[in-house]
Write a protein that binds this ligand. Structure first.
Ligand code: NAD
Length: 696
């Protein structure tokens, strides 16, 4: 039988071992409990040390057991911690690396804790819409001042152990070797033989008044829509007003309530969705990736600059290529000024600013691409221009280099076919501003090689993006859906709503920005140019034309000071402009339309269900691999409210039968082919299934 612990003199050393983060899975929990019992029964053992590796103590619950019977099977974490509480020999947690969630709760139930100075300590449960459910809310205020404890529990951010030095949470902060340090500490405890110090029996560190003050301050900074932070405060409050065991009961009850809340379900969906998005069904995780040591960006315009910064920030050298010297000079100056402003705001150290700029070179000659391992094209959105660029690239770049286009709408397969190596070509669709926006759509061409995709997904992690794979279609996942959403916003305008009513209704639903404010920010002329190029739109009698009228008046948005709103110089506040209302009224008159009163609920339903219906088609067409990928696109790139989990999850949570009925009603009322329900939606609704259940 496997050894439960190693004996070092009078000390039993229990190793936590469950790679990659020593998640507290059922097997590990069982082993810890058995080892505790065995060590207690062994008279030669006088103290126990619980230790992980230098890299990780424990990341908490094992996410692989989430939603499985094993996750809740005995011994649960609270059972293990109860046993620790009643152990008659001192237990020391030796903490290095990550110590989070259940891992920290385990450590807090030990009698002593020693930690490496840089160990990362957190209770991040709130980020999944829950609270620490294994005594964390009751033990932490017995070890830390309440203000620190509350901040850790309510916001879930990690702190380095050294920042918590001189608190009861840590008995020693170690600089050197964890194991040796922990063993020496255990031996000293054996020698001194103090009475057992159980966290549950300790008095609260702070007074009730301090608790009231800290919670009043924190409540002011909480975002609406998220119940967990409030419940965290209530649970910690219980530590002050209740005996330990009753506090634990309160924590359990609040935990249960949160686990079942829609918001927590949405947050957990997003958490797993992010992990799932990086996996490709037909490309194994073991696929060997290509080495990317040097990057080239073609085009130093709005996108090229931001794209280049991503790689400079990650420490990769970038060569920026342009067709004109002045464009190159402008591009480099813009990058420099972005970094300078980060330095001024204290977000970037002067030395890092120098380092990043030193990694940037520039050129007007394609010859200088010959050493690049990845080339990202960000030139004008014009097929002929792009085809010429890719033809030229094909002549100079080395074999095996990856060729990417940042196109928003063009056919990546057509672009790939301009080269002699379509297997090396893919789309890398960054969003503006490219150095800030989290989303990266990785567009998989018909011939893109598996290792090229695997490399792109790995690289996305290096540059801290959320990458989602999309097939080739007009607008890929995100913009294809936003087109339907914008069309509905525009039709609502024609029928009687105002831009500010529509924006407000959708912002109250939780969208970061309503469609009209968003369009003003992005530039109304971008959509106008795209619409002009599409025959299907020109020929569609149902297509709303108001946005074209706006653009014909030169109202391109914030950049011209006038758009759906008016903007004062140097300010971004969207001000209502009567001229826009006049334009809308004149348009309705011309079309013989009579304005009606439209409810906010109708606005939300029509805009959001337009997204959902198009999302269903995208799934049906296999443009997206899974419905959570669509949610990730909307959460990370389009300001969809996280607490709703993304458009597809939102549809699942209200029920696809209801979604279908609403869409069928819109179809009946408007007689607009726009509202034809997607086949996938109809069939899933008929089967009582969800979009999420279609995950393969
Ligand atoms: P931009 O007009 O700001 O910049 C394009 C740059 O490419 C210009 O500086 C131009 O001089 C340069 N260029 C043109 N032809 C070239 C050539 N043959 N060789 C080298 N340089 C050349 O355009 P942008 O907004 O940065 O857009 C670039 C691409 O990114 C387009 O495909 C666009 O659809 C896509 N995109 C744009 C956004 C956005 O919000 N602007 C978002 C996502 C994707």
């Amino acid at each position: 039988m496997e050894k439960l612990y190693d004996q070092h003199g009078q000390v039993a050393v229990i190793a936590l071992h469950n790679p990659p983060v020593n998640g507290l899975c059922h097997e590990l929990r069982t082993r810890i409990l058995a080892a505790q019992k065995a060590a207690e029964a062994d008279p030669s053992i006088k103290a126990l040390v619980l230790i992980g590796s230098g890299r990780v103590f424990s990341g908490g619950a094992d996410i692989r057991e989430f939603n499985t019977p094993k996750g809740m099977a005995e011994p649960t974490l609270p059972t293990v911690l109860d046993a620790l509480d009643f152990l008659q020999k001192p237990v020391i947690a030796a903490i290095g690396g990550v110590c989070m969630g259940g891992g920290l709760e385990l450590a807090m139930a030990c009698h002593y804790r020693v930690a490496l100075h840089d160990a990362l300590i957190a209770l991040p449960e709130v980020k999944l819409g829950i609270l620490p459910g294994a005594g964390g809310t009751q033990r932490l205020p017995r070890l830390l001042p309440v203000e620190t404890a509350l901040n850790m529990i309510v916001f879930g951010e990690p702190l380095p152990a050294r920042q918590l030095q001189s608190t009861l949470l840590f008995d020693a902060i170690l600089e050197g070797e964890l194991f040796e340090g922990a063993l020496a500490f255990a031996q000293k405890i054996i020698q001194d033989n103090p009475p057992l110090r159980r966290t549950r029996d300790l008095p609260l560190v702070s007074t009730q008044d301090a608790m009231a003050q800290a919670s009043a301050l924190i409540r002011k900074s909480l975002a609406p829509h998220y119940p967990a932070p409030i419940r965290c405060i209530e649970a910690v409050s219980g530590a002050f007003s209740l005996a330990f065991d009753s506090g634990i009961q309160l924590e359990k009850q609040l935990f249960q309530e949160l686990v079942e809340s829609d918001v927590s379900k949405a947050l957990r969906h997003a958490f797993f969705g992010e992990r799932a998005a990086s996996k490709l069904a037909d490309i194994p995780d073991t696929t060997k990736t290509r080495d990317i040591r040097r990057v080239a960006v073609i085009g130093a315009g709005t996108m090229g600059r931001g794209i280049a910064m991503n790689f400079l920030n990650a420490g990769l050298p970038v060569v920026l290529i342009e067709q004109h010297q002045d464009a190159l000079v402008r591009g480099i100056a813009a990058i420099r000024s972005q970094y300078e402003s980060s330095v001024k705001k204290g977000k970037l150290k002067e030395a890092d600013f120098e380092k990043r700029l030193a990694l940037l070179t520039s050129s007007l000659a394609y010859e200088d691409l010959k050493d690049a391992d990845l080339i990202i094209e960000a030139v004008f959105e014009n097929m002929d221009v792009k085809l010429n660029v890719f033809k030229s690239l094909d002549q100079v770049v080395k074999p095996g280099a990856i060729l990417a286009s940042n196109t928003s709408t063009l056919d990546v397969n057509a672009i790939a076919s301009a080269t002699s190596r379509p297997q090396d070509v893919l789309g890398l669709h960054f969003f503006s501003p490219a150095h800030i926006m989290k989303l990266l759509e990785v567009v998989r061409g018909a011939q893109t090689a598996p290792d090229v995709l695997a490399t792109a997904m790995a690289l996305a992690k290096t540059i801290k993006k959320t990458a989602v794979v999309s097939g080739v279609c007009d607008g890929f996942i995100g913009n294809r859906m936003i087109e339907s959403y914008s069309q509905q916003a525009m039709k609502l305008l024609e029928e009687g709503a105002t831009p500010q009513q529509i924006d407000r209704a959708l912002e109250q639903f939780g969208m970061a920005m309503g469609p009209f404010r968003m369009s003003d920010l992005a530039g109304n002329d971008i959509g106008w140019a795209i619409r002009k190029g599409k025959l299907a739109i020109s020929a569609d009698p149902h297509y709303p034309r108001l946005a074209d009228r706006l653009c014909e008046k030169g109202r391109f948005g914030q950049k011209t000071g006038l758009g759906w709103y008016r903007y004062e110089a140097g300010r971004r506040e969207a001000l209502v402009d009567p001229a826009v209302n006049e334009l809308i009224v004149a348009y309705r008159e011309e079309k013989g339309m009579k304005a009606r009163t439209i409810s906010d609920a109708e606005i939300v339903d029509r805009c959001i269900l337009a997204l959902v219906n198009e999302g269903a088609r995208i799934l049906e067409d296999r443009i997206a691999q899974r419905s959570s990928d669509i949610d990730m696109v909307y959460l990370s790139g389009y300001g969809f409210p996280l607490f709703r989990g993304g458009p597809m999850f939102y549809a699942d949570s209200i029920g696809l039968k209801t979604v279908l009925e609403k869409i069928q009603n819109f179809q009946k009322e408007s007689d607009d082919p726009f509202w034809k329900p997607a086949n996938l939606l109809a069939s899933l609704a008929a089967q009582g299934r969800t979009f999420n259940s279609t995950v393969g």
